[in-house]
Design a protein around this ligand. Structure first.
Ligand SMILES: Cc1cc2nc3c(=O)[nH]c(=O)nc-3n(C[C@H](O)[C@H](O)[C@H](O)COP(=O)(O)OP(=O)(O)OC[C@H]3O[C@@H](n4cnc5c(N)ncnc54)[C@H](O)[C@@H]3O)c2cc1C
Length: 324
């Protein structure tokens, strides 16, 4: 088997979602043994950042052409198809981000490959690649069978780290890419929430729902998130109430997140919300209703009012940090 992972950058920073895919693939390679694994970064990214964030084995190609700095579907697709040919990659992985979802079908078409979207990937009992996708807001799972020589996957966010993968033995090759597109150009780039970490990039998320009660009460969550080094997200109800911007919304019609720690405050746990947090490693729920469905998926639950529990939690975090 041979794998090619597309490592996504935005403004020179590698996206956590694609680094998680790289490490998911590395965990499979660890089991499979001799497998060719390649990464591709397009755009101007610091080589040392790639080295420190992408551990494991294999070779990462960096195409540092300025033409790749901004996302251009046509020239990115051209470079990926060329790289797939060069590496002879049978399985091509994208993170299930807006860019991944845009590029994957183009690549599948051009390579006459199968396409599987929003999958959790792993190995089956026979050591073969297994992709499971979910439907109906995560309530139905389907195993995807690939009938073609090649397959392209967009991988659902999962919190995955390099831990346990042994020594970092990745070879990095820098090259010049050529943008073949003459018909596309970026007119204007818009950066939302400038200066604030994106919810999909943070390892710690404190999310609030209708139970937070008001936009003012979100200050409690902001304060807890800051003490933990995380950021604040929201349920759709909190967004619909106008308490948070849509870019903070987590769930089926919002963003999918994969933090190492997710603290759900005053969120009931509707399937459409849970669809966006399936990749979270540890979930803590705070809700005053002990029957709330969120407790069924939570690793830890606190029954109580968020206006009392959240400040207590923050104080405990600060006390703990002072002790260190
Ligand atoms: C097609 C479709 C797509 C959708 N997409 C999304 C999506 O992307 N994301 C999303 O989140 N939802 C989505 N929804 C909406 C979803 O079905 C739920 O309505 C929504 O998630 C509920 O948000 P909530 O948990 O904040 O509010 P509620 O369901 O109203 O829950 C509020 C919770 O807060 C608790 N509470 C109240 N006061 C306090 C307090 N003081 N302290 C502690 N707990 C308190 C209550 O016990 C309750 O459990 C979608 C729905 C549809 C139909």
């Amino acid at each position: 088997m041979s794998f090619l992972v597309i490592l996504e950058q935005r403004q020179g920073a590698v996206k956590k979602a694609s680094v998680d895919v790289w490490h998911t693939v590395q965990h499979m390679v660890e089991v499979l043994g001799k497998t060719d694994v390649y990464g591709l970064v397009m755009g101007d990214v610091d080589k040392n950042v790639i080295r420190s964030r992408c551990g494991g084995k294999g070779r990462i190609y960096m195409l540092n052409d300025a033409a790749f700095h901004d996302y251009c579907p046509e020239c990115y697709a051209g470079a990926i198809v060329e790289m797939a040919g060069h590496t002879n990659a049978e399985n091509i992985f994208f993170a299930n981000t807006a860019m991944g979802k845009d590029l994957a079908p183009r690549i599948a078409m051009r390579l006459d490959a199968a396409l599987a979207s929003d999958c959790v990937i792993g190995l089956d009992g026979n050591g073969l690649l297994k992709a499971v996708t979910t439907m109906y807001a995560g309530t139905v799972s389907a195993v995807v069978e690939n009938l073609k020589k090649r397959a392209v996957y967009t991988v659902a966010p999962r919190s995955y780290s390099f831990e346990g993968l042994g020594e970092n033995d990745v070879e990095i090759l820098e090259g010049k890419g050529e943008c073949l597109s003459k018909s596309n150009s970026v007119l204007k780039g818009v950066i939302y929430n400038k200066g604030r970490k994106d919810i999909t990039e943070s390892d710690i998320l404190v999310a609030g729902g209708r139970g937070v009660g008001s936009s003012e009460n979100f200050a409690l969550l902001e304060s807890l998130a800051t003490s933990l080094g995380g950021v604040v997200g929201a349920s759709r109800s909190a967004v619909d109430e106008g308490w948070r911007p849509h870019s903070d919304q987590i769930g089926q019609t919002g963003r999918s997140v994969a933090p190492r720690l997710y603290i759900a405050c005053g969120i009931s746990g509707a399937p459409q919300h849970l669809a966006g947090i399936a990749g979270a490693e540890t979930v803590i729920a705070i809700n005053r209703d002990r029957e709330a469905p969120i407790f069924k998926v939570a690793d830890y639950g606190i029954v109580g009012d968020i206006t009392e529990v959240v400040p207590l939690l923050e104080r405990a975090v600060c006390d703990f940090q002072r002790m260190k």
